[in-house]
Structures are given as C-alpha cells and as structure tokens.
Write a protein that binds this ligand. Sequence first.
Ligand code: EPZ
Length: 425
Amino acid sequence: MDRIIVSGGARLVGEVQVSGSKNATLALMAAALLGEGETVLRNVPRLRDVDGMLQILAALGARAEWDAHDPNTLRILGDTVDRPEAPYDLVRRMRASFMVLGPLLARFGRGRVSEPGGCAIGVRPVDQHLKGLEALGAKIELSHGYVEASSERLHGARVAFDVCTVNGTQNVMMAACLADGETVLENAAREPEVIELAAVLTKMGARIEGAGTARVVVEGVSRLRGVEHAVSGDRIEAGTLLAAGVVTRGDVRVRGIDASVMQATIEKLRETGAEIELEQEGIRARAFDAPRGLDAVTAPYPGFATDMQSQLMAVLTVANGSSIVTETVFENRFMHVPELLRLGADISVSGRTAHVRGVPRLMGAPVMATDLRASAGLIVAALAAEGETEVNRVYHIDRGYERIEEKLRSLGARIRRVQGTGQEA
Ligand code: EPZ
C-alpha cells in the first residue's frame, strides 16, 4: 500500500490550482442518468470516488467514459440503462452512489440499490432518502441489504427532512424533477453542491426554486435533456491547502475557487491570526506567527464544514493557547486524534468535543489514515512537524484529493509518495 512521507518544517509559498469538486461531481454524475442524450462534465477531478461512481454507472448499463482528448472531462449517457441495480460490492466502497436511486426511480420507474452500510465516521443511515422517495409515491422494500424501489410515476409531495442531509436532499430533489406535480422540500440542505446540482438540473429542463435555502420547491416536468457543465472548484480541497499554508506560516494562493462558498472556513483561518485575502478567482492566506487558539463547532452549511474539522484541528495543535472543537454532524469523526497524539499533540476528547491544548512543536512519526478527511488533517500536521512523518493507508486521501503531494510539493513542501513496492512514485 502506498505511503506518503512528509519531512516537515518547510514554509509553503506559492500558487496552486484546485481541482473540480468531488462532492459536486458525484451528484452530477447521478443526475446525468435523468437526461435524454449525453451529459458532458468538465473540470472533473481524477479521484478514486469518481472512478467508483463510473463503475456504478457502468453496472447500471449507462455509457460513462472519460473524454479521449481531455483527461478531466466525462461523457455520460443514461439512455442505455438496462439493469437499474447498484451492487453491494460497489456501493459499500462509495456510499454517495446511493444517489442513483432517485434518478433511476424517476426515469426508469424502478431501482435496486444496496444499502451503503456504515462508515468510519458514523452509522450514516439513509432513512431520510427513503422517507422522501416514499412521500413521492415510491414503493420501497428492504430485502437482503438492498433497497428495492418502484413506481409507475412519482407524484409531487411535501417532504420535511428530520435531519439536514446533503445527499438526501439531492437524491429526492432529482427524483422530484420528473414527478407529477409540485414537491416542497423542508429543512433541505443548503450546501453549494446542492445549489450547483439544482443549477445543472435547471439547465437540463427542470423547474426548481429555492436551492440554497431550507425550502426548495420542484415543479415536475415530463423529460430532461443531457447538458454540458464545468464543475466548480473543490472548497474542501481549497480549505485544506490554505490550512497547510497557515500551519507552516506560509504564503499560499489557491486558484479556481469561489471564495463565497468558503465563508466559515475563511473566518476560522482568520481567527487563527492568518491574513486571508479574497482575490479574483482565488484566495490568499499568509501567516507570520503561531496560530491563535479558537473554538469551532461544525454544522450544516453555511456553518463550519465537518469536512474541514480535522484540518483545522491540525492547525490548532501548534497554536498559542487552547481550543475547543465540537463535531455536531457525525458521531465518530475524531479518528485522527489518536494519530495526532502520536505526533506529540495534546488533545483530550469527551463525546463530540475535543479540547486541543497547543504545543510548541510536533514531531514526525508513522501514523495511520482512517478516512478521507482524517488523512488530510494528518498531512497538514505533518507539514508542521519536525522530522519525518509516514502517513499509511493513503488510499483514503486518493478518494478525495487529486495529486495532493504534487500540489503541496509545488508550494515547497518536502513530501513524496512511496508505492507499496517501496518505489518512489
Ligand atoms: C455529504 O455526505 C458529503 N458527501 C460528506 O462529505 C459531508 O461530510 C456531508 O455531506 C456533510 O456535509 C458527499 O456529498 C458525497 P449527510 P452525506 O446526509 O450527504 C445523518 C467527504 O469527506 N443522516 O448530510 O452522506 C447522517 O448520519 C464526505 O467528502 C441521517 O440520519 O451527509 C449525519 O449524521 C464525508 N439519515 C447527518 O445526517 C439520512 O437519511 C448529515 O449527513 C441521511 C443522513
């Protein structure tokens, strides 16, 4: 298995382009199933999760492939779907694939999708997805670990989500686009990825109002068409690179990101004492001293993103003073803490709250990545640590970061990947 080796202490300086958004892409790939004719997605990141969704689309019978001339362009044709079934072996590896159920149901009248099961950061049920699809008239059966859903024609309905769920909102919103009549989603997620999905669905011919607010109204139409769309920049990748700049007291510019979707992250980085400038098409972060301690609480958008929690915690491990980090979205998202302790951090956890007492320095050590964002946090900490840190199980990071070590190296980081064979990548 590949490992990433970081020799910490280098100040990061320079400019880097972020890739397209992983989470926006995954929802848009599911949405492509709804459109008659080809959908072309540009600025798509080359990630393990995207490959996972490609396998799911192929298993359904859709034609989904990378463009021959542009390595970040995907061409998807849903017209050829002939077996609307997403198998356990693929869904368990990439739970966002559960979002194909809404489009399959709405366009093809049925879908059989494996329940995703739990993951490292939490139980992550899909009850809200099913509640919404059932309200639209789907007949839902759970059998042998699969959700079997069918409907002659979905109809509009009022769906009040009990918890604010991003993929749940997206899944039901996609289904409602081809339902008969009006659907109202209450307590809908307001994430930028929900707004982007609604914008693309509208380009495809859908009628959606209120995306980005807690109340979304969808007027069903009879058919949707394939479209072309360039995926927006990844706000979590951008936040991770800025955090790397701050923890090394560097001067980093990220390009290809709309700062307006990162307000909460920018605020927190400013609270650490870093200077954050919003520029045309980008953000600049400069830090001159050790970060300041702060309190942070994760929350659904526009709150502070849970996907940025471990990276911010890594910055706070070397802060002047102490910090309180509270995780409210997922019940088990402190898996990075024991690994940060191995680097010499001083953190105690009680329930969903971590108390981080800043230390003067971290020391490199072998650590284990447990999930995508935990591994990003470990790399941010390793950049500030004295000596070498070896991050194991980096397949987690390849799920959501495109060529992370190359991007960090271009900013001056001493970082390299060692392939399972021991050869340098
Ligand atoms: C999306 O996951 C993102 N994934 C996650 O990013 C992100 O952490 C999460 O939203 C929150 O921002 C993608 O978009 C592919 P949720 P999602 O449903 O939609 C509970 C990353 O690192 N819940 O908003 O699956 C759930 O257990 C990933 O890129 C139910 O109880 O998250 C959680 O506690 C990780 N029932 C809370 O809601 C449901 O039916 C929020 O989860 C659905 C969710």
